[in-house]
Ligand binder design. Structure first.
Ligand code: ASP
Ligand code: MG
Length: 410
């Protein structure tokens, strides 16, 4: 007998038929003797529908009321799923986040979980109930309803699993696991049986949107075994997200992530003197714009060039700020480009292997793809290239690193 927290996303509970199917699936686990806590999202499209309603009322809805509104989506699903479980002959009880008492801070629309009171949930499990919990929501000290950010049901599931010391947290979704890269770009992409938390964080933050990033961080921190599985296919074992296992020979590269959401800014001919980097990045950061890659060139003639990337949504704003800074610094020119992408090779195995970057650069060169920026970390090598070469670049790298084949164990 195991205690399992299962999360079903919006598509998996998108219609009443699918809700019945999910109930059937849960019934299978219950009959096997497992204790099940289910976390659900709103039915697919519902959160967006509610957001549209709010925008029809006002351009600037109160964040408090927005959270009250959006949490109704998940409340519908917990009630319907509990009814479907009853219909299937399974005892079940639903809880909103506030009813469990998922205590969060008061940051509406991006609240963080502080504590979970697991008493009622445990009592229900002990009396043989399936417990159905609304994802994405909590309540602050004052009793205000809060939400955890888009995709936040994943985090609810992981947090419930951590609080209950569950044996596993299973995220049921519309894909059957985590792939070496996006199969829509490279059909030869292979499903990974395992990936480490560190690698998953890189893959997730680079746009492989299988899991909310915060849920992966949470699982890593609290040591929650996390598995991504398909809710539509029977019998698959999905992808297990785990700690690094030194007894297993690691592939050098586990996957290729990419991010279309970046834009590049370039300030040329800046005086090369102490404090310049701060003068350039400071105002951007002060405007709450996240800066990703940064490159400063070696100075020539007493001036230097400075290039950095930001999220594409922040591009115009960052460009405005940089143009002002350029005038203040007496810089030669500001150039921007929002038609770029970042491609990254990710793998904990690269720690002990030289030459990953050189193979990457050679592969791109063979395809005549110009590299605009480069950055590296312990488990990642990233390049910025022109957007139009994204598909070509990903496929060439997938091939060069033999990611379609199972890694050889030595
Ligand atoms: N319903 C919320 C969203 O669409 C939370 C979730 O599905 O995880 O973002
Ligand atoms: Mg999701």
């Amino acid at each position: 007998m195991a205690l399992i927290v299962q999360k079903y996303g919006g598509t998996s509970v998108g219609t009443t038929e699918r809700i019945h199917a999910v109930a059937g699936k849960i019934k299978g686990y219950v009959e096997r003797g497992d204790q099940i806590v289910v976390v659900v999202s709103a039915m697919s499209g519902e959160t967006n529908r509610l957001l549209t309603l709010a925008s029809e009322i006002t351009d600037a809805p109160s964040v408090r009321e927005l959270d009250v509104l959006l949490t109704t989506g998940e409340q519908v699903t917990i009630a319907l799923l509990s009814m479907a479980l009853h219909h299937a002959g399974i005892e079940a009880r639903s809880y909103t986040g506030g009813q469990v008492r998922i205590l969060t801070d008061s940051e509406h629309s991006k609240a963080r979980i502080r504590d979970i009171d697991d008493q009622s949930v445990r009592a229900d499990l002990d009396t043989g109930h399936v417990v159905v919990v609304a994802g994405f929501q909590g309540v602050d000290e004052q009793g205000n309803i809060t939400t955890l950010g888009r995709g936040g049901s994943d985090t609810t599931a992981v947090a419930m699993a951590a609080a209950l010391h569950a044996d596993e947290c299973q995220i049921f979704t519309d894909v059957d696991g985590v792939y070496t890269t996006d199969p829509r770009i490279e059909p030869k992409a292979r499903k990974l049986d395992r990936i480490t938390f560190e690698e998953m964080l890189e893959m997730a933050s680079l746009g492989s949107k299988v899991l909310q990033i915060r849920s992966v961080e949470f699982a890593g921190k609290y040591n929650v075994p996390l598995r991504v599985l398909s809710s539509f296919e029977e019998g698959g074992s999905g992808t297990l997200i785990t700690f690094e296992d030194e007894s297993v020979e690691q592939a050098k590269i586990s996957g290729i992530a990419f991010n279309r959401d970046e834009a590049k800014l370039w300030i040329k001919g800046v005086p090369d003197q102490p404090g310049v980097a701060h003068q350039i990045v400071g105002p951007v950061a002060a405007a709450n714009i996240e800066v990703d890659m940064i490159i400063q060139n070696i100075a020539q003639d007493g001036t230097t060039d400075f290039t950095f990337t930001v999220h594409r949504n922040d591009y115009e704003k960052a460009l405005d700020i940089l143009e002002k800074t350029a005038v203040e610094l007496g810089a030669a020119e500001v150039v921007g480009d929002d038609k770029i992408v970042k491609i990254s090779l990710v793998g904990v195995g690269m720690r002990s292997h030289a030459g990953i970057a050189s193979t990457m650069f050679e592969t791109l060169a063979n395809e005549n793809i110009n590299i605009r920026m480069i950055s590296t970390s312990e488990i990642k090598v990233s390049v910025v290239i022109d957007e139009k070469y994204l598909e070509l670049g990903v496929r060439a790298l997938h091939e060069a690193f033999h990611l379609d084949a199972e890694p050889k164990t030595v």
